[in-house]
Design a protein around this ligand. Sequence first.
Ligand code: N01
Length: 548
Amino acid sequence: MSTEHSAALDGLQLDVAVIGAGVGGLYALYAMKNKLGLNAQGFDEADDVGGTWYWNRYPGCRVDTESTVYTYSFDLDMFQNWQWSERYAQQEEVQAYLSAVADKHDLKSSINFGTRIAKADWLEEEGQWQLTTKTGEKIKARYVIESVGLLSSSYAPSFPDQDKFKGEVLVSSKWPKENPDLSDKRVAVIGTGSTGIQVITSLAGKVKHLHVLQRTPQWVVPLGIGPFPQDTRERIKKDPKGYRDWALDTASVFGFQESTTPALSVSEEERQAIYEAAWQKGNGFEFLLGTFSDLVVTPEANKTATDFIKSKIDAIVKDPDTARKLTPTDYYAKRPLAADNYYAVYNRDDVSLHDVKTNQIERFTENGLIIGGEEVELDVVIMATGFDAMTGNYLKIDTTGRDGVKLKDEWSDGPHTYAGLAVSGFPNLLMVFGPFSPFTSQPLVHEWQVDYFTDLIEKAEEVNGVIDVEKSAQEDWVGICQEGMAGTLFEVTDSWINGANIPGKPRTSMWYMGGMSNYMVEMNKIRDEGYRGFEISKSRVPCLEDQE
Ligand code: N01
């Protein structure tokens, strides 16, 4: 990031400032420039596009969503013809894809890289926002679009005496560009979530010794890494819009149709066959949502899935004590994990599993870590310890809305938004995939949301208006989301989904759990009723064009 004040940036006046140059931010910038013809610029701390894919370049990093739905559909030609090489694209390929989209649509020239927006203040008298960068430049924009990433605000705990360690501490979500050579190193991985299992399966057998420091085991199924499926390629090529509409019309937008069959409505034999087929095919979301309809709502149904995965752990892992340590005791109701050959890793002599819930990580030494009173000698410690999800990056920007109200105060008991798009009292601030968005895969949903608020901005522009949200509509939305979450096992299972992973963070619902298909129905109804719940009031200042 630039540490110098930029005179060129200071005093910049824009129609729209887009914060974040990841999947959502790039499309928002495209939409503002090309669909609305507004004077829009992007801002990102990184020195390239990519968002979370720019920062997460750790060993083994790849999407665990089918590449088919990890693609924009607004450019139908690219949607049809982009040649993903694998069913689950690796980080380099996602980064190359996003870069190619940005190049094709000439977006990079409108992005201020190396620029972190630290503060946002609504200027009521001017009807616009003032943004302040980390290095003090002030920019004004009538609209601010925050596309700051639901899983982008890194969380890495520090342990006592960390500064004494002579080796290296690496954070997976801030991985060094010059990918360090770990081949002759003794490496510890802290964390066994989606990131941890990718790092672990990627490094096992490729480093001198791998120590897995596991606090809570998770249910892991195979991913099914392989070439991009030819039949899907042909299906998209033939009817790209049809494929996009079909994917969006599912609940989770992961490129498969969710099951409508309850787990206990079929015989034991049939159930085992369905689980076995899903295990062979791979994909965590498909295992959780595509096998049966009630795994995330009914404890008895959930147990049929966990019994099946437990039987796989017992069959794969040779040492019974290691198998026991790897077996979770909670519901299969976190963000589902998938990695090929995960459990087999623990049969290797050069991999050790440490249960750090029982034998805690006490402190660093010069030569490694004290775990349960004993020193484990290490050269490298990798923190795969997750993110301050959903709210983290919004709250990193010191945001003040109408009447001097701070976003951090409005969200002190958890986030409040209207449909994941806007917050009452914070006018002309639109969010891509803000809290209380649907619990889905990302890119197609980002596009849908951006298209939705692009229409709203267009409507506001027609009357030189300012968009705000009725508090009552916002709280109704939050209520619907809380009710939806309360009906699921996600609510009672600790994870980043409900904020339980961050010490001190309010544990609360942050999602619309009704699925994307219902979200679209609801949002279209809101639009058809004159954008019910949104308020467009006349701005006191003329738009830029009229000022000139
Ligand atoms: O983070 P996590 P993640 N001492 O929060 C452990 C997306 N993503 O980065 O469970 C010891 O799931 C923590 O332990 P516990 C994806 O949506 C996607 O892995 O809290 N351990 C846990 O094991 C994913 O779900 C992709 O007891 C500590 C781990 O760190 C989301 O990001 C790839 C600890 C954190 O797991 C987050 O995944 C990567 C401590 N003090 C990420 N603090 C793909 O698309 C934390 N832990 C493939």
